[in-house]
Design a protein around this ligand. Structure first.
Ligand code: DHB
Ligand code: FE
Length: 280
């Protein structure tokens, strides 16, 4: 039986990935130190597969063709060329059986994911892997990518993302093979990269989000996309992907770790590590 052992919400700031990939973290940087406890935690969990909920930043998809939700069903995923060449991180091995099980479970439930048998993954996907696993020769887990459109308006609602997560959680629970699964929601926290509000960061909202994603996700799912953009910025709206992760987890969770640092590049950067809380 497959089981969700862990959930992680984490920013995917490309500059963080660049620094970690090229070994330029510096001797004592609070930004990089905030990830260390999660690396130790993830290593102990010995996960088989990561389901990574991320957004493509018009690298593999383009504005001419932007699926609202998409799932990878490929044997492996290469880093995408984001305009300056592909990032120097290993390809990710796909968990094909789990991909097809999710497809066969979630689409009949009414979540019409585009099926991608070839898919390159950009920083939205790879930076969180680097945060969790550093710079290995090969990633120690297999992956299932699930892409959410937070780029081309109109984007799916937070509630729809939370409900998709729940359907994914049910699908994982009905997968007959043994798997220790982690679910990662990437992006955020508050940031806006363009327009008159470029540089917008809302620490109060980010801290409330970090608290509620564990204990009151329904409250975050009830916020409109307009509220996400007003509070967290146009790119802060990436936070809806953390709700897919949260929906896939047990109702009650334990916060194994959480941290927040501001600013990182143009964002409030955060991370939260969740474990299912088992009935006593
Ligand atoms: C930045 C953050 C993002 O989430 C992103 O996709 C690109 C850039 C940034 O803060 O620089
Ligand atoms: Fe982003």
């Amino acid at each position: 039986m497959a089981e969700v052992i862990a959930g992680v919400g984490v920013s995917h700031v490309p500059a963080l990935g660049d620094a970690m990939e090229s070994g330029q973290e510096g001797p004592a940087s609070a930004v990089f130190e905030m990830f260390e406890p999660v690396r130790d935690w993830v290593e102990k969990l010995d996960l088989d597969t990561l389901i990574v909920i991320y957004n493509d930043h018009a690298a593999a998809f383009s504005l001419e063709l932007y699926p609202t939700f998409a799932i990878g069903a490929a044997p492996s995923y290469a880093p995408a060329d984001e305009g300056y060449g592909a990032r120097e991180v290993p390809d990710c091995e796909g968990d094909l059986d789990l991909s097809w099980h999710l497809i066969d479970s979630v689409i009949p439930e009414g979540f019409d994911l585009a099926i991608c048998q070839q898919l390159d993954v950009d920083h939205g996907f790879t930076v969180p892997l680097t945060v969790l696993y550093g710079k290995p020769e090969e990633w120690p887990v297999r992956v299932v990518p699930i892409a959410v459109n937070v780029v081309q308006q109109p984007t799916p609602s937070a509630q729809r993302c939370f409900d998709l997560g729940r359907a994914i959680g049910r699908a994982i629970a009905s997968f007959p093979e043994a798997r220790r699964v982690g679910v990662v929601g990437t992006g955020g926290m508050s940031h806006q990269l363009q327009g008159t509000r470029a540089g917008h960061i809302n620490q109060e909202f980010d801290r409330r989000f970090l608290a509620d994603i564990a204990d009151d996700p329904a409250n975050l799912a009830a916020l409109s996309n307009r509220e996400y953009i007003l509070e967290a910025g146009s790119e802060g709206a990436e936070l809806v992907m953390w709700l897919v992760m949260r929906g896939a987890m047990a109702e009650a969770v334990n916060v194994a770790y959480s941290a927040y640092h501001v600013p990182v590049s143009n964002t409030g950067a955060g991370i939260i590590a969740l474990e299912p809380l088992l009935a006593q």
